[in-house]
Design a protein around this ligand. Structure first.
Ligand code: SF4
Length: 204
């Protein structure tokens, strides 16, 4: 699968991200439910995982929702720039769906280059794996891909929602924060990349 080389891309783009390339469903701000602190959340369209019990099946179609134009993107940056906004969360749908991953990667790069104090959380139904020393994202069919923009993510919430695990979590009164079922992991991406293995973030 081909990907944009993020290291070169923005050097040749005057207005990175400011083109209509993806579809989206919502932008929420002052959001406390999708990561630490108050966050701006971009809810993109497109998800191939189709988990049983998904709360947002209307987001599965990558052509659903509305075009994410420069106006919506400007709104996203405006909310991210509020002093009280801790960072950005990419959710959906799946930000790493083939229709979204390059565009979202550009936005992540831009955040880290222009707003280094803001953190990035990303929700995905793909599972992060380490394959012969290389970090990859894998779907339920075992198809895996590398994602260059992984290096910009602080916390990756990975894996498909599992309704049976969710039911067991509820029965066991298990504390499960930031995600739908406890099989999904809160991955400390930066520490994982440094140590070469997947490090799960401690819940607090
Ligand atoms: S990954 Fe998320 S959006 Fe996609 S089907 Fe599963 S729960 Fe729904």
């Amino acid at each position: 699968m081909d990907f944009i080389n993020y290291d070169n891309f923005l050097e040749t783009e005057e207005s990175p991200g400011l083109t209509n390339q993806i579809m989206y469903h919502n932008i929420t701000h002052d959001d406390m439910l999708n990561g630490d602190g108050l966050r701006v959340v971009l809810w993109v369209a497109g998800c191939e995982h189709h988990c049983e019990g998904c709360h947002n099946p209307c987001t599965w179609d990558p052509n659903g929702g509305a075009p994410f134009t420069e106006w919506e993107e400007a709104e996203f940056w405006e909310w991210l720039d509020k002093s009280w906004t801790q960072g950005a969360t990419f959710s959906g749908g799946d930000p790493l769906h083939p229709a979204n991953r390059d565009y979202v990667g550009k936005m992540m790069k831009r955040i880290k280059e222009t707003r280094p104090g803001k953190d990035i959380w990303c929700y995905t139904g793909y599972e992060l794996i380490v394959d012969e020393g290389e970090f990859k994202l894998q779907n339920a069919k075992g198809e895996a891909f590398t994602y260059p923009a992984l290096k910009y993510i602080d916390v990756l919430v990975d894996g498909r929602f599992d309704i049976k695990v969710r039911a067991a979590d509820i029965a066991a009164k298990k504390k499960v924060i930031w995600r739908g079922s406890s099989n999904q992991r809160l991955i400390d991406v930066q520490t994982s990349l440094k140590e070469g293995k997947i490090i799960v973030k401690e819940e607090n």
